[in-house]
Design a protein around this ligand. Structure first.
Ligand SMILES: NC(=O)c1ccc[n+]([C@@H]2O[C@H](COP(=O)([O-])OP(=O)(O)OC[C@H]3O[C@@H](n4cnc5c(N)ncnc54)[C@H](OP(=O)(O)O)[C@@H]3O)[C@@H](O)[C@H]2O)c1
Length: 238
């Protein structure tokens, strides 16, 4: 039985992914701050689950909790970093919190997983839920888009490193478009919005295939191509 740990599993995409992976036979480690929601979630999972309180803003403490969870589970195969917040208030404290969660928390835990797999000489898989927003800098989400671009780049770097070190560690960058969750509640101007359940099924498929990059849903690949190719003068007017 494969064992996966989901960081940020209490709601939205993380919660639905836990239910989907459990149905597919995974044993799961689930972390977040809202332990009551993790408790409820573990009752919805058909296979064994282990839950742990984790606040990913507390980086060193999160690494220790991850390591203890790995030991409680008797090892693991896949780390899925899904925790994230979106803030477009422009306030420094809020932006700083977002940097701590979306970037530093992600780097701290994915780096720990990489070194765990390397030390144990075992096959491993690191999955990061970034966003289509990583494609370019954007006025409506300056800080958020930057955090997701960081994740794209960090995962490419880890993949490059694993290849150079000849390690069997797969890296999957999950790039959702708009998904119906607490994060997007009441947000204006969304299109191609999908349910978290459908997103979770496509994410679980991408994990099974060990895809390098997956757009959720798939049509967001087109948006990535168009946005990347758009010359600056057009992008700045959009
Ligand atoms: N919804 C979308 O349209 C969309 C699009 C692209 C990318 N994404 C990405 O998808 C991921 C999941 O978001 P979602 O839409 O499912 O939103 P959500 O329902 O708000 O879920 C966010 C998850 O992150 C966890 N989290 C937040 N701050 C945390 C902290 N300090 N410590 C530990 N866990 C923390 C939350 O758990 P607790 O609050 O219980 O700690 C929760 O489980 C995020 O990384 C987001 O950027 C979402």
């Amino acid at each position: 039985m494969k064992k996966a740990i989901i960081i940020g599993a209490s709601s939205g995409i993380g919660k639905e992914l836990a239910i989907e992976l459990s149905k597919r036979g995974y044993e799961l480690g689930l972390t977040a701050r809202r332990l009551n929601l993790l408790d409820e979630l573990s009752n919805l999972c058909v296979n064994k689950t282990y839950i742990e309180y984790m606040d990913v803003e507390k980086h060193e403490e999160s690494i220790d909790i991850l390591q203890k969870l790995i030991e409680r589970m008797g090892g693991f195969d896949i780390l899925i970093y899904n925790a994230g917040i979106g803030d477009s208030s422009g306030l420094f404290v809020k932006e700083n919190q977002m940097f701590n969660i979306n970037m530093i928390g992600f780097a701290a835990l994915s780096r720990h997983a990489y070194h765990y797999f390397k030390k144990e000489k075992k096959e491993g898989h690191i999955v990061g839920v970034s966003s289509i927003a990583g494609v370019r800098g954007m006025r409506m989400a300056v800080g958020y888009a930057a955090t997701k671009a960081f994740m794209w780049n960090y995962m490419e770097g880890l993949r490059h490193k694993a290849t150079a070190e000849k390690l069997p560690i797969a890296i999957t960058d999950i790039r959702p478009g708009f998904i119906e969750t607490d994060m997007t509640k009441g947000q204006k101007g969304m299109f191609w919005v999908q349910t978290a359940e459908k997103a979770a099924r496509q994410i679980a498929d991408a994990i099974a295939r060990k895809s390098k990059v997956a757009y959720i849903t798939r049509r967001w690949w087109l948006v990535k191509q168009v946005f990347s190719l758009m010359p600056d003068f057009m992008w700045n007017k959009s």
